[in-house]
Design a binder for this molecule. Structure first.
Ligand SMILES: [Zn+2]
Length: 108
């Protein structure tokens, strides 16, 4: 169960239950996004600006730059990982797959 989520080092890391799970400098492939005009943005995360929990998912918003077109922006809410049921493990999503940020935190 996710009990504590926060960012560390001024947004350089997402920390879940006292473990650093996702850091900046990864390139996230984003579809259905507001970052820029690319169909699939190649979004270089520079800082995590917000973090939250929606059901089992830990979600975050990130600021950075699309390296395909150069546009700088902030993403919607991205699902970044969730706990593995009945274990202490936390599994992050594969940022090289295509992700769809949500404008709202809760997807219902
Ligand atoms: Zn772009």
């Amino acid at each position: 169960m996710v009990t504590a989520v926060r960012t560390l080092d001024e947004g350089a890391w997402v920390n879940v239950n006292n473990t650093r799970i996702v850091g900046v400098s990864d390139i996230w492939r984003l579809a259905d996004h507001d970052v820029c005009d690319c169909d699939v943005a190649l979004f270089l995360v520079e800082v995590f600006t917000d973090i939250g929990v929606d059901g089992p998912w830990v979600e975050a918003r990130a600021a950075g730059q699309c390296i395909a077109c150069g546009e700088r922006s902030t993403t919607g809410w991205l699902r970044i990982g969730r706990p593995v049921p009945r274990s202490d493990e936390f599994r992050t999503v594969d940022h090289e797959q295509v992700h769809r940020p949500s404008k709202t935190r809760f997807r219902g």
